[in-house]
Design a protein around this ligand. Sequence first.
Ligand code: URA
Length: 225
Amino acid sequence: MKERPGTPVALVPRPVDRADPAQTLARDGIASLDELKAQTMRCRECPIGEFATQSVVGEGDVHAKLMLVGEQPGDQEDLQGHPFIGPAGKLLARALEAAGIAREHVFVSNAVKHFKFELRGKRRIHKSPTHREAAACLHWLEDEIALVQPAALVALGATAARSLLGRAVPVTAERGKWLPRADGREVLVTLHPSALLRVDSERRGAAFEAFVADLRQAKRLVRGG
Ligand code: URA
């Protein structure tokens, strides 16, 4: 069978040292977020990048004490090249504001840098990355952590929690808790904002308040918080 050009034959994630993200950064030879963008644009270490419009790297305060990590860019993020600007991003922005956290004082990124989707007619429907795809992208996330050097992180959902902590985290049971990473940074685990978009209308208000309560725990780390 003829392989598609650019399609990786085997997905072997690059080694990552969660205990020392600077090691990963040195190995990748990246000095800035612009370089991270350029390198992730070319990344074909998993199949997702082949089909996405572009890579989406983190944005916000590059000296932020708090870094929020989602799953992967969605449709709007893929088209426009910025993280968390679609429906989930708007909900996250409202929740951050309600928690007293200024979005411009945090750094917001994703565990996976390209949008994975399946086509249904003309619509691009979000598909979760596999564990191996997320593992292939992990070195880029660790590069971002090494560049921004946040004091702590928020894992928005299971993919982010797994990438940041190196193990499966039952998010519903662990939400609202700070869990330690191998590098000593604490990770606050909570839901992904997309999960709230799926909650039925009667329970949506309470679900939003619980999400805000989780985020509020990180407020002390943020300027003005
Ligand atoms: N969902 C994410 O996890 N990240 C985004 O940037 C947008 C939606």
